[in-house]
Design a protein around this ligand. Structure first.
Ligand SMILES: Nc1ncnc2c1ncn2[C@@H]1O[C@H](COP(=O)(O)OP(=O)(O)OP(=O)(O)O)[C@@H](O)[C@H]1O
Ligand SMILES: [Mg+2]
Length: 308
């Protein structure tokens, strides 16, 4: 048993979050891929109206204002694993560092159009989307100039809803849209939270893992109250888990005591292949499909997509 969190507990929340409601989406039904929806025969579904309405995508913001906790690694590899399950997946890189972009094999230096143009110059998002090596996985790339958008957006009309508006144009094309957020709670992350249908928080199994989570939860609540009703932290993914250390088990216990079954059953182990893969511009599912990291993200994809 883990002792209740106290002031000296390094894994303790920096502030209580008891007042922040955290609930899982009530829709547990499996998500059909776009192709499945389209290929459904009339006998299966006699209603032509329903048939013509593709299911809206699940738009998942991967957020945690702590740096280096596995947001990008999870976005890229969960995205690739969902695509391997035949879902059509778009990764939106909303981090000026562009790590998801390079991690998916796109050379930022040669890009003419990126998410900067989508957010600031009204470029249709479809015009910047690039295919990746993984069938069914696409990326809306970032470049360094996205850093300036935090300031440039301040005076823009409807500045918090730029991404939401942009995604409307392509939402019928994808089953999942994963948004890789920067390590801050600025306007880029707010845009992700406004566009999202759910929030996934990767948490590192380390000291101070829960630091800043109260603030993130508060921001999610603020966005829910003002801009995106129904938004919740739906899932917590424990990453860089090392089963040999007592600390990792303690951190997982602590996180579970706060978030209950919002914590994904599948944890991502610390695995060198996961840190090597980005320098080859590949998800781990291609770089080393049989590695523990790859297997873990495939399992997570099955869990997140409700076993379909
Ligand atoms: N499970 C893992 N095992 C080993 N290394 C990992 C694992 N997950 C992530 N890493 C490595 O940890 C570092 C940080 O991961 P990542 O870039 O995904 O975090 P991030 O939250 O996106 O960071 P930032 O806040 O800077 O955007 C990277 O070098 C990555 O390769
Ligand atoms: Mg990142």
């Amino acid at each position: 048993m883990i002792e209740p969190s106290g002031a000296s507990d390094p894994t303790a929340l920096d502030e209580p979050i008891a007042d922040v409601e955290v609930t899982r989406s009530t829709d547990d039904s499996p998500v059909e891929s776009r192709s499945e929806v389209e290929s459904r025969s009339e006998e299966d579904d006699p209603s032509p109206v329903e048939q013509a309405q593709p299911k809206p995508p699940r738009i998942i913001a991967l957020a945690n204002q702590k740096g280096g906790v596995g947001k990008t690694t999870t976005t890229v590899n969960l995205g690739a694993s969902l695509a391997d399950l035949n879902y059509r997946v778009l990764v939106v890189d909303l981090d000026p560092q562009g790590n998801a972009t390079t991690g998916l094999g796109i050379n930022k230096q040669v890009l003419d159009e990126t998410m900067y143009d989508v957010l600031l110059n009204k470029l249709p998002i479809d015009d910047c989307i690039e295919p990746t090596e993984v069938r069914g996985l696409f990326v809306a790339p970032a470049s360094l100039d996205l850093a300036g958008s935090e300031i440039e957006l301040v005076s823009a009309f409807s500045r918090e809803a730029k991404l939401k508006t942009a995604l409307k144009e392509v939402e019928n094309e994808y089953d999942f849209i994963l948004i890789d957020c920067p390590p801050s709670l600025g306007l880029l992350t707010v845009n992700a939270l406004v566009a999202a249908t759910e929030v996934m928080v990767p948490i590192q199994c380390e000291y101070y893992a829960l630091e800043g989570l109260a603030q993130l939860s508060r921001n999610v609540a603020l966005v829910r109250e003002n801009l995106n009703p129904g938004l919740e932290i739906d899932s917590i993914v424990m990453v860089m888990y090392d089963s040999r250390t007592k600390l990792a088990a303690q951190v997982v216990g602590e996180v579970r005591s706060h978030f209950g079954d919002r914590v994904c059953k599948n944890m991502i182990p610390r695995n060198i292949k996961l840190s090597e893969a980005p320098s080859y511009g590949q998800p781990v599912t291609i770089y080393d499909p049989s590695s523990r990291g790859s297997v873990a993200y495939r399992e997570l994809a099955r869990e997140i997509s409700n076993g379909v």
